[in-house]
Ligand binder design. Structure first.
Ligand code: NZQ
Ligand code: ZN
Length: 384
């Protein structure tokens, strides 16, 4: 196992009716800016519950954070915060709203040009506190320190990370999932699955706890994910998927193990260029990434084949190819397409995505830095 330091300071309030809990979690006397997206929270009752819970607070709101939150929109919220002296941000939404709020929290108190946080990796030394009401289980953003922001003018989609923007608390009420369109449920299942794979499917370092936890998350998503798309869905299925998505990227399974993230970096470029949903890009890239990197990932692929899919590994090549194929079949089972052609995209993507990767210095990706531009090109070509 590799050395690590681990803390996850986000307090989770999980379960039915927990939105009211924000009343006790936001510091008394705070001036709260409620930030949300395109308005789904006004149709499904979440907004009303938040308003009720905030009855003792001085608060205002900022609406309109879009999926793949834009730098431009976030900067409008920064201006509002600065002019009205808000000192606490309550993010009510999915990964995009939460990521947007993380950037807003840092940018609102940043001395230089906030774009530098994303483009130059400028250090974040201060940020406003954030709380979250999660409405879409997928990214894990509710209890981690990462954020991904898009610049619509330059077609950049860039990540940043800071412990200072990690939410202080997050409410996870599985009932909020009732209003999610099937496309977003599918996205959430696939994103959580690929987050687990990015931290599990690298090379062995004898991290038995992390491996077994990761396998537990993968199995839960394989078992419960398809049920989430049925017409009748139980509270328990929603709860299990929601908790899996949080646990997949809250730092726990990634502590003390090598991490990959090449699929994500290529996926971000695809979203920036063509607007595909984040998880749609991952489902295209991951199967070909595993196939391309199968020599480097051999031992873990065999472990995955045996423990997650119950495959016989006496013929290792056959087991690896079956495990990759079963991964893709799982995406299909949750109605997720796995080819560029399914989205009306063709060969043009190969050259354009590779150019973006080079422009962003993404030229040595993965746990061995082995995914060079040439390898990325092969992965993309094989994914058409
Ligand atoms: O904008 P509203 O009206 O809220 O509608 C949203 C949006 O249209 C809707 N939605 C959310 N909750 C709903 C709902 N509709 C009905 N009922 C509800 N309960 O769903 C749509 C998509 O929302 P979005 O927040 O964009 O989805 P997701 O949670 O998948 O977030 C994706 C973003 O997170 C980034 C992605 O790159 C992408 O920008 N990621 C963030 C990560 C992190 N911070 O750790 C890691 C991930 O790998 C990922 O990169
Ligand atoms: Zn993701």
């Amino acid at each position: 196992m590799l050395n690590f330091s681990f803390v996850n300071p986000t307090q989770i309030h999980f379960g039915d009716q927990q939105i009211l809990e924000i009343k006790h979690s936001i510091p008394k006397g705070a001036k709260v800016l409620v930030v949300y997206g395109g308005g789904s929270i006004k149709k499904n009752g979440v907004y009303d519950q938040v308003v009720e819970a905030l009855s003792d607070f001085d608060w205002g709101e900022f609406a309109g954070i879009e999926p793949n939150p834009s730098y431009q929109t976030c900067m409008e919220a920064v201006e509002l915060i600065q002019s009205q002296n808000y000192d606490f941000i309550l993010a009510v939404g999915g990964g995009s709203v939460i990521d947007g709020c993380k950037f807003i929290a840092a940018a609102a108190v940043f001395d230089d040009d906030p774009w530098d946080i994303l483009a130059k990796g400028a250090q974040v030394n201060d940020a406003l506190p954030i709380g979250v009401v999660l409405t879409l289980p997928a990214t894990g953003s509710e209890s981690n320190s990462f954020s991904v922001i898009s610049n619509v003018e330059t077609q950049d989609k860039l990540p940043f990370a800071s412990a200072l923007v990690q939410p202080q608390f997050a409410v996870l009420d599985p009932n909020v999932m009732q209003s999610l369109p099937k496309r977003q449920l599918t996205n959430g299942i696939v994103d959580a699955f690929v987050h687990t794979m990015e931290q599990y499917l690298t090379y062995p370092v004898d991290a038995k706890v992390q491996d077994r936890f990761a396998e537990g998350l993968l199995l839960t998503l394989i078992e419960e994910g398809p049920k989430l798309l049925d017409d009748e869905v139980s509270y328990q299925t929603r709860a299990n998927v929601m908790w899996s998505a949080t646990m997949a990227l809250n730092g726990l399974i990634g502590a003390g193990v090598p991490q990959d993230w090449a699929t994500h970096m290529i996926g971000h470029e695809i979203t920036a260029l063509y607007g595909l949903d984040h998880a749609q890009t991952l489902a295209i890239v991951l199967p070909r990434m595993l196939a391309q990197q199968q020599r480097e990932k051999r031992e873990k692929l065999l472990q995955y084949a045996e423990r997650v899919f119950g495959l016989d590994t006496t013929d290792p090549e056959k087991a690896i190819s079956e495990a990759i194929s079963l991964t893709e079949q799982f995406f299909h089972r949750v109605n997720m397409p796995t080819r560029f052609s399914d989205h009306g995209l063709g060969e043009e993507v190969v050259q354009q995505v590779c150019a973006q990767l080079e422009r962003h210095g993404m030229v040595a990706l993965g746990e061995h830095q082995a995914v060079t531009p040439d390898k990325s090109k092969h992965i993309l070509l094989a994914s058409l």
